[in-house]
Ligand binder design. Structure first.
Ligand code: AKB
Length: 316
């Protein structure tokens, strides 16, 4: 059966690049982008687009019927920092959008679902280095609580109703095409923009705050790969740990200085420091490597080179 794909939350940081890549692979007409608002020109001009609220199950169902969709990526979510400002809205969006999609799959409307989880499922009592797939999970943010609950529901719908749902615990994602919004790891994107345009950056996380991160190209590759493998290869139906690199603000700043020697960083922590302090510093993703052949390509140096070159071309 040919893939007929719907991406909800297609205009966000990951949704935008995922849509473009899936259109490249499957053909533009087979990949429907949907979001509550329009996206950037490249996304809007590359294929079909529908306005949809992820909380409106009936509206999602209409789009599924209209385009004969069989595969759905639910990328709409409220991230960690914004979630702390609007806890009940974050819970409502993150949970009910997932229920809408899982129920549509349970009703046989779609055959396969991708839903992103996050390193935010872990909390201060989780082992911080090389955090295992299975470990203590006591998240302290509403975003993390919603992702952990979502993981349990994904596994439940797989076990109870046979829903083919697949998921990754994304680390902080770094990209140049679309900005992230409302996350704690967003500093690692802002820093490149500021390095290029202002030669300085004021970090809202302290110099030694080490967090797991990944370049967008790797995140997209992992997402497409886990959706492509046979169902039998997926041994974990909650969500897979996923890793590429870990670094601190100080380490990313000194890497940027190898390209822009005048660059300077200062530090003024805000409420996001507490969130970052509750998360792992590095992740053990050996299950993803073993079960479906995951292997990241970018490290801090190759990512920085690619980010700075791409941003330079975009703005000049
Ligand atoms: C955030 O910072 O909230 C996200 C995430 C790690 O899931 N980027």
């Amino acid at each position: 059966m040919n893939n007929r794909i719907l991406i909800i939350g297609a205009c966000g940081q990951i949704g935008t690049e995922l849509t473009l890549k899936l259109r490249e692979v499957n053909g533009s007409d087979a990949v429907i982008a949907a979001d509550i608002r329009e996206g950037n020109d490249e996304l809007m001009q590359s294929g079909p687009f529908e306005i949809v609220d992820a909380l409106n199950k009936g509206a999602i169902e209409k789009i599924i019927d209209k385009y004969a969709i069989n595969e759905l990526y639910l990328m709409a979510a409220m991230l960690s920092a914004t979630g702390e400002k609007h806890p009940s809205k974050a819970w409502e969006l993150n949970m009910n959008s997932l229920f809408n999609v899982l129920n549509l799959a349970k009703e046989g409307k779609i055959k396969k679902v991708f839903w992103p989880s996050s390193i935010a499922v872990f909390g201060p009592t989780t082992p911080k280095e090389n955090t295992p797939q299975k470990t203590i999970m006591e998240p302290t943010t509403v975003y993390g609580i919603s992702k952990l609950a979502g993981e349990r529901w994904c596994e439940y719908y797989y076990n109870r109703y046979g829903v083919d749902v697949r998921s990754l615990r994304y680390p902080g994602i770094i990209s140049w095409k679309t900005n992230p919004g409302g996350g704690t790891t967003d500093y690692a994107v802002e820093i490149y923009h500021n390095a290029l345009h202002n030669r300085k950056y004021d970090s809202f996380l302290s110099e030694n705050t080490k967090l797991p991160m990944m370049y967008m190209d790797d995140a997209i590759e992992a997402t497409i790969k886990i959706m492509d493998v046979k169902p039998e290869a997926i041994k974990i139906r909650s969500s897979y740990n996923l890793a590429a690199m870990s670094f601190t603000p100080e380490q990313i700043a000194s890497e940027i200085k190898t390209f822009i020697p005048e660059f300077e960083i200062t530090y003024h922590k805000d409420f996001r420091q507490n969130i970052a302090d509750s998360w792992p510093r590095s992740i053990d993703d050996s299950n993803a490597k073993k079960d479906w052949g995951w292997q990241p390509k970018f490290d801090l140096h190759s990512m920085s080179e690619n980010m700075l070159n791409s941003l330079f071309k975009k703005f000049n």
